[in-house]
Design a protein around this ligand. Structure first.
Ligand code: UD1
Length: 423
């Protein structure tokens, strides 16, 4: 177990390379099961969630090689249809093998997922949608088992634009007979990445990035090569890390068109940003102004940047109101930020932040991936030393976070935990 030690107060500046998106890479890896040859993915981030998905694929029978940012997945051998609990519990995205396995083999037995502790996160919409395509589900001993003798295209209306449900429906429908229409589909950039990848494998997917996705089933698909898009959440996190120190940096590879509302909120907070040839430049040389924001599915403000945005706004001038609409339990970081001197009150899915001038470094605990990142953002602006414990959560989604921050001039060090924290 590691913790990140941060001495705040350094102004961050320079250039930082943004890695491939975690939430694209994981879906493309799962969807590689639809081919019968070697998939080559490039720009894959070296993060622990990707290593977990490598293990999931290997356990299913794929041969996987990961060299630098190039991931080769060979699915030409026999593929098992059972995704076991010891892997799935580590990462909710393991559920993304459900659609591909049902399409490829007509059977899937997948342990109910784990992942970040930010809400109940059921998979009822995945189940309901796939049932409409002809899958029969049973649930026993913590496992969901699906059998599909035949997958038939249908119109499926999602109750909420769930990313996971949209993805499992897409990856099942590509090999179904006839046309599937997904209404109220998720519109995130990783859905577009998945559709482009599936089409490169020979699928016929239209409308990804809009609320209606239409898929005409094809009899078989082939393996392909694909470059994973840049991670908008990593880019947003680095923007906030830089701005909270009054710094200036270029986020290389970041795509502003995938971060519009977030960048608008930065402007409202008084920061500057501009597109550059190979990314985005951000700068902010004075104290931020308070901003209200509410999380919503894309193109709304991403819930995955809500904690880090709070880490930035706690030192803003004025009062900010945050509304979390996607997860029912995503303010765990607030009490840790309060330990650093922030003034935050939470009530249900609202948080009120009264900006303070100064934060003080303290030992704190990141209880999930983005909560940990929020504490790092806050620590960069705090006086003295902060220790962000349970840092393995952050390593699930950020490649070489400490090294990249150091490259911008931050004083951070990854330390091996020798004693357990007092509770
Ligand atoms: C994905 C992202 C995650 C992000 C989330 C919301 C990946 C690997 N993870 O998670 O980083 O925080 O989108 O943008 O891409 N829900 C149900 N029933 C379902 C499915 C979802 O009630 O069958 C609820 C969830 O509990 C949650 C909301 O819908 O409250 C959003 O879930 P969803 O969009 O499915 O998120 P994930 O795909 O799990």
């Amino acid at each position: 177990m590691n913790y990140l030690s941060i001495v705040g107060g350094q102004r961050l500046q320079g250039r930082v390379q943004i890695s491939g998106a975690k939430n694209s890479a994981l879906k493309l890896m799962a969807a590689s099961l639809l081919g019968h040859g070697e998939t080559v993915l490039t720009n894959v981030p070296r993060i622990s969630d990707v290593f977990t998905m490598v293990e999931v694929l290997q356990r299913l029978g794929a041969t996987v090689a990961f060299d630098g940012d190039v991931l080769r997945i060979d699915t030409s051998g026999e593929i098992s249809t059972v995704a076991p609990y010891d892997l799935v519990r580590r990462m909710r995205a393991s559920i993304n093998v459900l659609g591909p396995l049902l399409a490829r083999s007509g059977h899937a037995r997948v342990a109910m997922p784990g992942g970040c502790n930010i809400g109940s996160r059921t998979i009822d919409m995945h189940e309901a949608g796939l049932t409409q395509l002809g899958v029969k589900f049973t649930f026993d001993h913590g496992y969901l088992e699906g059998i599909a003798e035949r997958l038939l295209g249908k119109r499926v209306l999602l109750e909420f634009p769930s990313r996971g449900a949209t993805e499992n429906l897409m990856t099942a429908a590509v090999l179904a007979e006839g046309v599937t229409v997904i209404e109220n589909a998720a519109r995130e950039p990783d859905i577009i990445d998945l559709a482009s990848f599936l089409n490169a494998m020979g699928a016929e997917v239209w409308g990804a990035g809009t609320s209606t996705i239409e898929i005409t089933g094809v009899p078989r698909m082939h393996s392909t090569s694909y470059r994973v898009s840049a991670d908008p959440i990593e880019a947003g996190t680095f923007a906030l890390a830089v701005l909270t120190t009054g710094g200036e940096a270029e986020l290389v590879g970041a795509q502003p068109e995938t971060m519009e509302i977030f960048l608008e909120k930065l402007e409202l907070a008084g920061a500057q940003w501009a597109p550059i040839e190979d990314g985005i430049r951000v700068s902010g040389d004075h104290r931020a102004h308070a901003v209200d924001f509410a999380t919503l599915p894309y193109p709304g403000f991403p819930t995955d940047l809500q904690p880090q945005m709070m880490g930035y706004l706690i030192t803003a001038e004025g009062t900010s109101i945050v509304t979390e609409n996607v997860f029912e339990n995503r303010f765990a970081h607030a009490q840790e930020l309060v330990r650093m001197g922030a003034d935050i009150r939470t009530e249900g899915h609202h948080a009120v932040i009264r900006g303070v001038r100064r934060l003080q470094g303290a030992p704190v605990k990141g209880s999930d991936l983005r909560a940990g990142a929020a504490l790092v953002v806050a620590a960069l602006a705090a006086e003295g030393q902060t220790e962000v414990h349970d840092f393995h959560h952050v390593e699930r989604g950020y490649e070489d976070f400490a090294g990249k921050l150091r490259g911008l001039g931050a004083s951070v060090e990854l330390v091996e935990e020798t004693t357990s924290l007092p509770v």
